[in-house]
Design a protein. Structure first.
Length: 118
């Protein structure tokens, strides 16, 4: 059996497995649905659960309790990114972006669209 045949066979197995997983997910989703009579009671419970989990997730992000490790950028990618950063200073900031220096406002002045007329 050649390498191409092995790769084709492996690809077909991956496709069959993906189709099976998708089918099983659809069946599990269909079985998890509730009858219409319990919909109002369950929607209230689900809304409370969603609100609680959302608040927990936002607190986790805000407090930086689950940050991943810093990943270094290596080699050519780092060089190209740094060069793009340096090149960005060659371009003039458009007047449409506004400037907090001349407006006399606080931190809310400036930014995209601040000087645009609608």
């Amino acid at each position: 059996m050649s390498d191409n045949d092995k790769n084709l066979d492996r690809w077909m197995r991956v496709r069959r497995t993906a189709a099976l997983v998708a089918l099983l997910g659809a069946v599990a989703s269909a079985q998890g649905q509730q009858p219409a009579g319990n919909a109002t009671v369950n929607s209230t419970v689900n809304a409370a659960e969603i609100g609680r989990s959302t608040e927990t997730w936002l607190a986790l992000q805000r407090d930086n309790r689950a940050a991943g490790p810093d990943l270094p950028m290596l080699g050519d990618a780092a060089s190209l990114a740094y060069q793009r950063y340096l090149d960005s200073f060659k371009n003039k900031i458009p007047d449409s972006m506004g400037s907090p220096l001349g407006s006399g406002g606080g931190a809310s002045s400036g930014g995209q669209g601040s000087a645009q007329a609608y």
